[in-house]
Design a protein around this ligand. Structure first.
Ligand code: CTP
Length: 406
């Protein structure tokens, strides 16, 4: 499947480096040409001889070979040779360095010289992964065009449990195979997507929310990733799981948290889709202690939440595609049309609660698509996965049309 594909594998110093032996073996089995570059720290975790044997190529670690032959590893030539550069495990340190353009070893020099797409499979401890500095660096690398094979959840070498575990070699090999296969119109594109409800605390035990289950948004995340996109999914609390190497999920609770998560990622997105059912109002003050039962009436003062979609719509850059959903119970078309204008959408997906089998909690949906230029497409009742594929196809077309104009 990978016959003749030239793949640079950059290995950094993490315990997950031992898994790279399997990755290299899987790539070689698929007839790829593999060149491994290791940092000094990486060779503390796995022997260069192992990776040289498996890759059928000497492993490169230094600009100049250690054996006094004066042989020079030409980072520019390596950067030009590759069809794909994979940095795995990508440590917090190397991620930080390349995000800032540092170039203090062969691996970082090759990264800066690479003209091929670059994909990173991060591996680190839970708190290191969640640290704002790491997340900032990851966003920067995505903005620079890198793809991320999302770390998984699970037991970490530290004994902690959580996110930070490098994707399994089989997953990475599959990601690479898909990368080189056809039918990925959104390869190299970033998608920002909201999903699920928000919850707005009244006190430590109560909150205001809605019936959204997140099914449509998660189906969209899957469909975007299948089309080759890198997906940033900002999710309210849902009972769904989605493990896909190209989908990074940020969990939030309130509309304000969702707003912030979207705002910090808007500039680097090619397509932005608001699928979340955002609470329009939140309690003005969430009580710090449980509210005790008192008289016959209780009034909770609510204040308006930010309108995430409208705010994003004001900040769009040329070429970005912006889409949202409308759930209406009456005057559907007119309301959806006015939302499209107010929020500066290219496409709005109209759900009607009046249709059997459509809306909250169902696995199927019946929607109409309203396009900015006035076109309208009414879809039959379909599985949400199929609705998602159709929406992704339309948004891809809009993106391509915009990039031809720019
Ligand atoms: N939306 C948003 N932020 C909000 C409210 C809505 O980003 N505070 C987004 C939704 O994700 C959806 C679109 O805006 O894509 C329309 O949401 P909807 O709840 O139907 O519309 P509202 O703007 O809340 O308008 P109304 O309550 O008047 O129907």
């Amino acid at each position: 499947m990978l016959k003749g594909k030239k793949i640079l594998v950059g290995v950094c110093g993490s315990i997950a480096a031992y898994k790279i032996a399997t990755l290299v073996r899987l790539l070689i089995k698929q007839e790829a040409e593999v060149q491994v570059i290791m940092t000094d720290a990486a060779s503390d975790f796995i022997s260069p001889l192992t990776l040289a044997t498996l890759s059928k190529n000497p492993v490169l670690t230094r600009y100049v070979a250690d054996d006094n032959t004066g042989e020079w590893s030409n980072h520019v030539a390596l950067g030009l040779w590759a069809d794909l550069m994979v940095i795995a495990p990508a440590t917090a340190n190397t991620i930080a360095k390349i995000a800032h353009g540092h170039c203090d070893n062969l691996l970082t020099a090759v990264y800066l010289s690479a003209r091929s797409p670059v994909v990173l499979a991060p591996a680190m401890d839970l708190d290191m992964w969640l640290h704002p500095a790491t997340q900032r660096n990851i966003s920067q690398l995505q903005a620079d065009g890198c793809q991320i094979i999302s770390p998984g959840e699970g037991e970490l070498a530290s004994g902690l449990h959580g996110k930070g575990r490098m994707a399994e070699p089989e997953q990475m090999a599959e990601w690479i195979a898909t990368f080189f296969s056809a039918g990925r119109p959104l390869a190299g594109k970033n998608v920002l997507l909201t999903a699920g409800p928000t919850i707005e605390p009244i006190d430590p035990v109560r909150y205001i929310t809605n019936h959204s289950t997140g099914k449509m948004g998660y189906a969209l995340a899957q469909a975007f990733a299948d089309a080759g996109a890198q997906v940033n999914l900002i999710s309210g609390p849902v009972a769904l799981q989605l493990e896909h190497p190209s989908v990074q999920i940020t969990h939030v609770q309130t509309a304000r948290q969702m707003h912030e998560a979207v705002t910090t990622r808007t500039a680097t997105a090619d397509i932005i889709v608001h699928c979340a059912a955002v609470a329009d109002y939140a309690p003005a003050h969430a009580a710090t202690q449980k509210i005790k039962k008192q008289g016959d009436k209780l009034t909770i003062e609510l204040v308006k939440n930010p309108d995430i979609a409208a705010d994003t719509g004001q900040k769009l850059q040329a070429g970005q595609v912006h889409a949202g959903f409308a759930l209406e119970t009456e005057n559907e078309q007119a309301h959806a049309q006015s939302k499209m204008e107010r929020k500066n959408f290219d496409l709005i997906v109209l759900n009607s609660l009046n249709d059997a089998g459509a809306g909250f909690g169902h696995d199927t949906n019946r929607v109409s698509l309203l396009f900015r230029e006035g076109k309208r497409e009414v879809l039959p009742l379909l599985p949400k996965s199929e609705v998602a594929r159709i929406i992704v196809r339309h948004l891809t077309n809009i993106l391509q049309a915009k990039s031809h104009v720019v």
